[in-house]
Ligand binder design. Structure first.
Ligand code: ZN
Length: 114
């Protein structure tokens, strides 16, 4: 009786049925997309799949479109801008130099004083 159980156990999930079908690749087609930086990316899609209008460029992350002559414009908002970038934008270089100069002058004075 024990032997019968063992044979049944080996059969479960070990059959070759279905594996060959799953391994075959479905027919695919490549679609070209261009981003604003003229990068071409060519993802492939299953033939029956719906082709998306836009595709994120894998090289620079900008949205890419299917029309090489009219790629989608890069988005206006810059999500990766840091707080420091905002500060630098508001403060001109001249202001920065003045602040630096002031700090240096203070340092020199402190050193000169006994
Ligand atoms: Zn790109």
């Amino acid at each position: 009786m024990a032997g019968g159980n063992a044979i049944r156990g080996t059969r479960v999930g070990a059959g070759p049925m279905g594996e060959s079908e799953r391994g075959e690749s479905a027919p695919r087609r490549r679609v070209s997309y261009w981003c604003a930086n003229a990068h071409e990316s060519r993802p492939s899609f299953a033939v029956e799949a719906e082709i998306p209008e836009n595709w994120d460029c894998p090289r620079c992350g900008l949205p890419a479109g299917r029309d090489e002559q009219a790629p989608p414009a890069p988005p206006r908002n810059e999500p990766y801008k840091t707080h420091l970038a905002y500060v630098k934008e508001r403060r001109s270089d001249a202001d920065g130099e003045a602040i630096l100069e002031e700090a240096l002058t203070k340092l020199r004075k402190q050193r000169e004083e006994p």
